[in-house]
Design a protein. Structure first.
Length: 266
């Protein structure tokens, strides 16, 4: 290990790794600056994702290579060598694959949660508009009391209210800008109808009712398909369990396994 640290190229490798880490920190600060400029959270651009993957690979390969070099040159054997190899693979996967894809994975998870929360949000807006609540007030009331199950939608509404105050936009127009950055098609359609009604001063109750019925039908169909797939998986698991159990009993009988219990009884 000491020979590796005093090798002629060790300082250059450490300097290159430090440069990669500084570049990663700069990319994170650029994304935060973009968030502050936009006023709401959005996915990185294509070039931003490419930069994340390049920096992730540039950081993961030297770190994993350093552990591999230690495992091969230090004379580690047995469990120590296995642990070093596993650590090298884990560092490469985490720094080179998982960290760069984290914004995409988080956005996909948030998109699924928003899709499930959209029917409830539509029902809330319909009731609030029927009570002649102004759009800004109904949005403020929606996120006034944090609820764990509604947190994804409430965070989105909070960003819309902040953007409304920052850029002097209409409430549903600010909500439309924020929702479009999330990529949830069903919620985007609903908010587009709300923003259009807000601009034109028209009644949106019938449109919201149609959207709510459509969303409920879609979610019901998806739930039914999910149940059918789970039923098939459960039936397959039961069939495999029965086959394994029957084969185990047959092998037990064919190999005279009962004699073991006879000896124990004697």
């Amino acid at each position: 290990m000491t020979d590796l640290l005093i090798a002629p190229g060790a300082s250059f490798a450490a300097l290159a790794l430090a440069g990669v880490l500084l570049a990663t920190l700069g990319l994170m600060r650029m994304e935060r600056a973009r968030l502050a400029w936009l006023g709401f959270r959005a996915l990185p651009t294509c070039w931003g994702m490419a930069g994340r993957f390049v920096l992730g690979q540039a950081a993961a390969v030297p770190l994993a290579g350093l552990l591999l070099l230690i495992a091969l040159a230090s004379g580690a054997v047995g469990n120590a060598r296995t642990l070093l190899l596993v650590a090298a693979l884990a560092i490469y996967l985490y720094a080179g694959v998982i960290l760069p894809r984290r914004p995409i994975v988080a956005a996909q998870q948030e998109r699924r949660k928003l899709r499930l929360l959209t029917p409830g949000f539509v029902s809330y807006v319909r009731v609030a508009l029927a009570g002649y609540d102004p759009p800004a007030l109904l949005l403020e009331r929606y996120c006034a009391r944090p609820v764990r199950r509604l947190l994804p939608m409430q965070r989105l509404v909070v960003e819309a209210l902040a953007l409304m105050n920052q850029r002097r936009l209409r409430p549903f127009e600010a909500l439309r800008v924020v929702v479009r950055s999330r990529g949830c098609v069903e919620l985007t359609d609903v908010v587009e109808a709300l923003a259009q009604a807000e601009r034109e001063g028209s009644d949106v109750q019938e449109v919201l009712a149609a959207h709510a019925a459509t969303l409920e039908a879609l979610l019901r169909d998806e739930f039914t398909r999910l149940l059918k797939r789970r039923t098939i998986y459960l039936l397959g698991l039961v069939a495999v369990s029965l086959v394994v159990g029957i084969l185990g009993n047959l092998l037990f009988v064919m190999t005279a396994g009962g004699s073991v219990f006879a000896d124990i009884g004697g």
